[in-house]
Design a protein around this ligand. Structure first.
Ligand code: GTP
Ligand code: MG
Length: 328
């Protein structure tokens, strides 16, 4: 029977027994290994502790690789015209941006890892609302799988970059790489499915802390090199915020279509919102599913040459178009 177990060892053993997560178990086991009296009588016990610790570490590593955490998982129900996920390294300003552009009460803090669950907020833009989702940071050490999932299911991504931090290129590159490993590829083109598991997400690089940096924006632009559009903002002075809103609306790839009843003016208050590429037929279905059965023709104003002519059903509508649906 091993003798001379220290109070520190016994306290750590108690913590191990009461631990509710693998992190706590690993911490307790490490403490037990450090404080166990090292003599012949405890050799078997030492080996046993090491084995248990190795097993837990392996499990954590597997979870990290597969992007599954076994921990909590969150899903944000989409609302408004589109959903944009905020990703980036710790302390890069994600929460500050969401707080500045939406009504969300999200925690802004001068230390990293302050956000640990998704916080949605609605950003008003002209006559529509775009949902921004504040997320925890993406780091090599510890990021729960659902964070990558949130970027995958969003319509577009805002990638936050601290203009005042010289380590931003490496930190942001890591974020891009970790997402790519999980088959979420960030790019400047329209969001799309690439194959059965890979998605591309249209991305805006948002340089934060413009007020604290003179040449940071040029460096961010150089790094982005045409991969992503770049916008610089300061939540302190408000500089760039309006531009940022517009650019976020642009990456959301939303088209607004207004409806008009025959013989009346168009309802310019409440647009229908669809994805870029939506056709006249998509609009009809969006307005009312049952209209499809009774549809005769659609008159269109706006899109390139259209000025009230009958529009082909496969014509792609454009932002600001007005439709007049004629039913049988
Ligand atoms: N001066 C200045 N400070 C900013 C700006 N944007 C963010 N900050 C500060 O940067 C710090 C971090 O901001 P957060 O918004 O909490 O960063 P985060 O990316 O959400 O951090 P995590 O959730 O921990 O990943 C806070 O102290 C902010 O006040 C900015 O434009 N100018
Ligand atoms: Mg945050």
């Amino acid at each position: 029977m091993p003798a001379n177990l220290t109070p520190e060892f016994l306290a750590a053993r108690q913590r191990l027994n009461q631990a509710s997560s693998d992190e706590e178990r690993m911490e307790a086991l490490q403490e037990m290994l450090a404080t166990i009296p090292k003599h012949k009588g405890t050799e078997k016990m030492q080996a046993d502790l090491k084995r248990r610790l190795a097993k837990l570490k392996e499990r954590a590593e597997q979870r990290r690789r597969s992007g599954k955490s076994g921990g909590p998982s969150y899903h944000v129900e989409p609302e408004g015209a589109a959903q944009i996920a905020l990703v980036g390294p710790p302390n890069s300003g994600k929460s500050s941006l969401v707080a500045a552009l939406t009504n969300a009460k999200t925690e802004v803090a001068p230390y990293p890892m302050s956000t640990f669950r998704p916080i949605p907020g609605m950003m008003p833009y002209e006559d529509v609302q775009v949902q921004l989702v504040d997320l925890p940071p993406i780091t090599a050490e510890y990021t729960e799988g659902w964070v990558f999932g949130a970027a995958r299911t969003a319509d577009a991504v805002a990638l936050c970059w601290d203009l005042a931090d010289e380590r931003s290129p490496q930190a942001v590159e890591l974020v891009v790489e970790m997402l790519a490993e999980r088959h979420v590829s960030l790019g400047g083109g329209p969001s799309r499915h690439v194959d059965w598991r890979t998605v591309e997400r249209r991305t805006l690089l948002v340089g934060m802390r413009l007020d604290l940096s003179l040449d940071g924006l040029a460096r961010a632009q150089e790094w982005a090199g045409g991969r992503f559009p770049v916008v610089g903002v300061s939540v302190e002075t408000g500089e760039g915020l309006e531009d940022c809103k517009r650019r976020l609306f642009e990456i959301a790839d939303v088209v607004r279509v207004y409806s008009k009843k025959p013989g009346q003016g168009a309802d310019m208050e409440q647009p229908y919102t669809l994805r870029t590429g939506a056709t006249v037929l998509d609009v009809v279905e969006h307005v009312h599913r049952e209209f499809l059965d009774r549809l005769r023709f659609v008159r269109l104003w706006g899109s390139s040459k259209f000025d009230g002519q009958h529009a082909p059903m496969d014509h792609a509508v454009q932002d600001g178009d007005i439709v007049e649906i004629h039913l049988a």
